[in-house]
Design a binder for this molecule. Structure first.
Ligand code: 5HY
Length: 246
């Protein structure tokens, strides 16, 4: 089934967006057209609550562009699943975050997985998602490699070695049976890390693309019956009196 999927990197680092697009195309089915985009003015990397909040307006603008372009489904390529619920209000088709996708995939091939992300400050944000997605029994631990997100864009850096070491510690200490890469910018390291560690390493970008293909292929779109209905239209600078004090 031919379909058009847009992968959106909520941060504004275009080299990461291009890398994510390449990884998405590697796994996409022959009939799937992948486009990759990022907001022009969001933070260059999302490391913590404020960056995440600041990236959402631009992310929503990219979804609105996708709706005008007739996109069938979306991947939000940030492991904080930044703004996914808001995107689902705006989009007609499915919107899948790479964290939710990766955790559900891991839960179907293991009895327990760990996550290796970037900075320690991202760990509580991801631990909140573990609870939100009902994965507290399957997720053994969320670990930080102490790498800034943009270290993943440095040629010849030691990022992949640091992630490899953390993966090996996770297998040794957490009783995990697979490890999820906790940053979209790690997507191009998946094959190397799998070979180097002998551990099933899960990249949320690849899994999210296949899940969007599955949902669109099954004829599923985001339900507009309740929480994900289109946003209510608001007047400019509406005041309480405009709503009869309700
Ligand atoms: C991501 N930040 O996937 C997250 C990872 C993190 O800019 N892309 C980012 O550190 O939460």
């Amino acid at each position: 089934m031919a379909m058009r999927i847009r992968v959106i990197n909520p941060n504004s680092t275009t080299s990461m967006t291009e890398k994510i697009g390449r990884c998405a195309r590697q796994v996409a089915a022959p009939g799937t057209e992948i486009s990759a985009a990022n907001p022009p003015h969001s933070p260059p990397s999302i490391e913590g609550f404020t960056d995440g909040a600041m990236s959402v307006p631009g992310l929503l603008a990219e979804i609105r562009k996708g709706e005008a372009d007739g996109i069938d489904g979306y991947v939000v390529a940030c492991f904080d699943d930044t703004g996914v619920d808001a995107c689902r209000e705006v989009a007609r088709g499915p919107v899948v975050g790479i964290c939710e996708a990766a955790m559900h995939a891991a839960s179907m091939i293991t009895t327990g997985f760990s996550v290796v992300t970037t900075l320690s400050r991202s760990v509580p944000i991801i631990e909140d998602l573990v609870e939100k997605y009902g994965m507290h029994r399957k997720c053994k631990r969320v670990r930080a490699s102490d790498l800034p997100v943009l270290a993943l864009e440095e040629e010849g850096g030691r990022a992949r070695e640091a992630i490899r070491e953390e993966i090996l510690r996770a297998v040794k200490e957490d009783r995990c049976e697979a490890v999820i890469l906790g940053c979209a910018g790690m997507a191009d390291l998946t094959a190397w890390l799998t070979r180097e560690t002998g551990v099933p390493v899960i990249d949320g970008v690849a899994v999210a693309v296949k899940l969007v293909e599955a949902l669109v292929g099954a004829g599923l779109t985001t339900s507009k019956l309740g929480a994900y209905a289109a946003p209510l239209v608001k007047g400019e600078h509406a005041t309480v009196s405009d709503h009869d004090g309700k």
